[in-house]
Design a protein around this ligand. Structure first.
Ligand code: MG
Length: 409
């Protein structure tokens, strides 16, 4: 594990757009400003709200929930269908404005950006000036309704946490000096990357608060968490190690099935479509997957899940074969949602000459399809098995979330 420099204050800015999709909708449809609105890819009751305006959040509607739940909290809630192209247009505008300040930007998702200030003098005043400059450039040049929260910290992880402490339209700094004070005020699950399950795992190691976590020694953390113990040890102290953590990333997609596809045949079509998207992203990033995980949700909160090691691959045909083999083992209930994830990604995998020449042909075929789709649009060419599914799993936001999870690899 290579650590970059010793930690210094004011080295990272983390910019997070507030309720991004909802505010973009209010930006282009001013009648909705000041009103509780939610954005969902599928506006029926079973759809998932992916963004709620601040007015909706003030009524108690969570940023992510089912449309049905949002309606039960506030029956007059306005549900708008998601428009990924519109959000991507605004995303590009924002990226452009950030580039006007610095080229040291990492795009982490459609509405989250990490900016490295190394190379500048790193003074708080300088970091604040850039933060205010970014906020005003976005509001003046991109959209007057678009606000963001900005965190400043010694590494990306702490800058992100700082950004979350003041929302909306906030600016907050975590320094090597106020670090302990901040950890003392937080719960474990407030730390980005610590979910409920991870919290349980830390509890086993007698870690109940961020302060406990921070005070554990390196050997103790390594004993309980393996390589990720080391990552957390340094991350909590302000070292920048996210590059390393990203090496364990995953690429996946999920989809809630529209009523007409809630059958075994329908689910298979959606699986193929999701694999085509995942395969494309794998090949774009030069990745090969070594794990595949398939989750199926059923009405009434039941869930089936299978994860398995696979031989390194990134062509659609092989991935589809693996995924459909998994699916054949799932219960024959009416499927409601599908979650597909590839993990254990490796780069620059050198393939041994395959005995199964068909799979090499599949590699060429996948790459040829990518080229055609790159040139003429996302679904110009696709598997024949997908005929009649053009409205299924429509174009989604093609960015992952920043990853801070500990994974069992
Ligand atoms: Mg956001």
């Amino acid at each position: 594990m290579i650590l970059k420099d010793i930690p210094k204050n004011n080295r990272y800015l983390f910019l997070d757009m507030n309720s991004f999709f909802a505010r973009v909708e209010q930006q282009v449809q001013p009648d909705y400003r000041g009103k509780p609105i939610c954005v969902s890819p599928y506006t029926g009751d079973s759809g998932c709200v992916i963004s709620a305006s601040y007015e909706a959040k003030a009524l108690g509607i969570p940023g992510v929930c089912r449309v049905k739940q949002a309606k039960s909290i506030y029956p007059k809630i306005i549900i708008l269908p998601a428009r990924p192209h519109l959000y991507r247009f605004y995303h590009d505008q924002i990226v452009q404005r950030i580039y006007n300040f610095t080229p040291f930007i990492q795009v982490l998702s459609i509405d989250e950006f990490s900016i490295c200030l190394s190379g500048q003098d790193g003074h708080y005043q300088e970091a604040r000036k850039i933060a205010f400059g970014l906020k005003s450039a976005i509001q003046k040049e991109v959209g007057d309704w678009l606000t963001c929260s900005i965190g400043i910290g010694p590494n990306q992880f702490l800058a992100k946490i700082a950004g979350e402490l003041k929302k909306p339209d906030g600016l907050f700094e975590i320094t090597l000096e106020n670090l302990e004070e901040i950890y003392n005020k937080m719960k474990l699950t407030d730390l980005t990357g610590i979910n409920y399950r991870m919290e349980k795992r830390l509890n086993y190691a007698n870690i109940y608060t961020p302060m406990d976590f921070y005070q554990k020694s390196l050997p103790e953390l390594s004993r309980h968490l393996g390589i990720m113990g080391k990552v957390w040890y340094y991350r909590l102290r302000g070292f920048e190690i996210e590059q390393l953590a990203q090496e364990t990333k995953t690429i996946g997609h999920s989809h809630v099935l529209p009523p007409e596809l809630r059958s075994q045949k329908g689910a298979e079509k959606v699986i193929i479509k999701l694999i085509e998207k995942i395969g494309y992203r794998l090949r774009q990033g030069g990745y090969w997957a070594t794990y595949l995980s398939l989750g199926i949700g059923y009405l009434g909160h039941l869930h089936w899940h299978k994860v398995k090691k696979i031989s390194p691959c990134n062509n659609n045909r092989q991935l589809i074969k693996f995924a459909l083999d998994f699916f054949a083992q799932s219960p024959t209930q009416k499927p409601f949602s599908i979650y597909l994830t590839t993990g254990g990604l490796i780069k620059n995998h050198i393939q041994s000459i395959s005995l199964f020449d068909n799979f090499r042909k599949s590699d060429y075929l996948s790459r040829a399809m990518d080229k055609i789709n790159d040139k003429y649009g996302a679904t110009t060419i696709q598997s024949a098995a997908l005929a009649g599914t053009s409205s299924v799993a429509p174009d989604r936001i093609p960015f992952g979330r920043p990853r801070f999870e500990i994974r069992n690899m």
